[in-house]
Ligand binder design. Structure first.
Ligand code: SF4
Length: 398
């Protein structure tokens, strides 16, 4: 290694159609000028590279949107340029998110030649009815076929499934999960369907077109997921991510362990030496900003030590390995980032574990992560600090 580690996130903001549950920065356009976008991403990359000299590049992640719609030549240009600006680590991880329709699967071999060495496939379901409900553009058959092509072309393949759909039961989900665990990948992302404000699903729920699964049934499916994946040797290393030991997404670990990452492309977030960066979300605004300023940045802010400590806590507690709370406090010159008395209460109620200064969330606690963070984070508003949240009080009394 020659310098401090750095990860690179590249956002490709285009999709063929908008899925009704999606609140990612994705846009549908009649045509996309690949040359213009290649130049734009390279210019945005050059800007970040000037501000982050002498780093070791440990990972690149092409996310979206649908980055499998990028021309492999564009992907290759970004990889080649990034690994010229920064020294690639010998085991650099280069992931691309892909949709499993046949047009995109036909590009997998070229993407591997471009330098991608890990594919994250958005299968979402093995059931055609569920795929139709989710507004996906592929069938279950296409999904299996794309997985086969991916496994032929990439040494590391992960896929995503969405569960806790309105009709999901413990029986149907355990059958799906058993099938998922038999498909030979060493990493799985398993997300519960959530109804995000501003999405088509949010309007449909508002019109009572369907009822989301209730919280208790969703929690039961989460517990089932936890048990089945642990039993299969692929426990959750993060709330929704499961891997065999050693096969975790190194790129995402950089986020959760609060490392630096450059984020380029529309809507990309980055963390550059204590600075939070956010790019313009709308592709056209991003291009105008780039022409005007030589970068696509919409907002840039220096994080205060308290903000940085808080973010590191929020990110780190997502991980099963947890955090060294005092090491984080020391990194940002703070006395503490948590209220240890409250931490110990939550250890007593089996929502957290503690070994010295190291704390981690338990599987029971994961279901209440947001409430737990609100409880233990320092500083907190006086009103929030005065009484534990009722949700947690109820659990502590059990
Ligand atoms: S393919 Fe992914 S990013 Fe695109 S609309 Fe669907 S969920 Fe959103």
């Amino acid at each position: 290694m020659t310098g401090e580690p750095l990860a690179l996130y590249v956002h490709w903001p285009f999709c063929v159609s908008k899925c009704p549950y999606c609140d990612f920065n994705s846009h549908v356009r009649a045509s996309i000028d690949q040359d213009e976008w290649r130049e734009a991403l390279l210019a945005d990359l050059a800007y970040e590279a000037r501000l982050l000299p002498d780093r070791t590049l440990t990972s690149i992640f092409f996310g979206g949107g649908t980055p499998s719609l990028m021309e492999p030549a564009t992907v290759a240009a970004v990889i080649d340029t990034a690994t010229t600006y920064w020294t690639p680590s010998p085991d650099i991880e280069i992931t691309l998110e892909a949709n499993p329709n046949s047009v995109e699967a036909a590009r997998f071999a070229d993407l591997a030649v471009a330098g991608v060495n890990r594919l994250s496939l958005g299968l979402q379901s093995f059931d055609d009815e569920a795929l139709e409900f989710l507004g996906r553009a592929h069938s279950a058959r296409e999904g299996f076929r794309a997985l086969e092509v991916a496994q032929r072309n990439f040494r590391r393949v992960s896929f995503d499934l969405i569960y806790a759909l309105p009709r999901d039961t413990e029986d149907s989900w355990s059958a799906t999960l058993a099938q998922a665990l038999s498909l030979g990948t060493r990493h799985l992302s398993l997300y519960q369907l959530t109804i995000e404000p501003g999405t088509r699903f949010a309007s449909m729920v508002g019109r009572h077109d369907f009822e989301p699964l209730d919280g208790d049934r969703a929690a039961a499916l989460y517990e089932l997921t936890d048990a089945m994946t642990s039993e299969a040797g692929m426990p959750a290393y993060e709330i929704s991510n499961h891997a065999r030991p050693g096969h975790e997404s190194r790129h995402n670990l950089t986020y959760w362990r609060y490392g630096d990452y450059a984020g380029i492309g529309p809507g990309a977030h980055g963390r550059r030496e204590g600075m939070r960066t956010v790019r313009h979300k709308k592709p056209e605004n991003f291009l105008s900003a780039l022409a005007r300023n030589g970068n696509g940045i919409a907002e840039e802010a220096q994080l205060s030590p308290t903000e940085a400590g808080d973010e590191a806590l929020v990110m780190g507690l997502r991980l099963a390995e947890g955090i060294d709370a005092q090491a984080i406090a020391g990194r940002f010159g703070l006395l503490s980032i948590v209220d240890w008395e409250r931490v110990d209460r939550l250890v007593h109620s089996a929502h957290l574990t503690r070994e010295g200064q190291r704390i981690a969330i338990t599987s029971k606690g994961r279901l209440l992560l947001d409430a737990i963070l609100g409880e233990i984070a320092l500083p907190k508003p006086i009103s929030a600090a005065s009484e534990p949240m009722p949700e947690l009080l109820a659990l502590q009394e059990l």
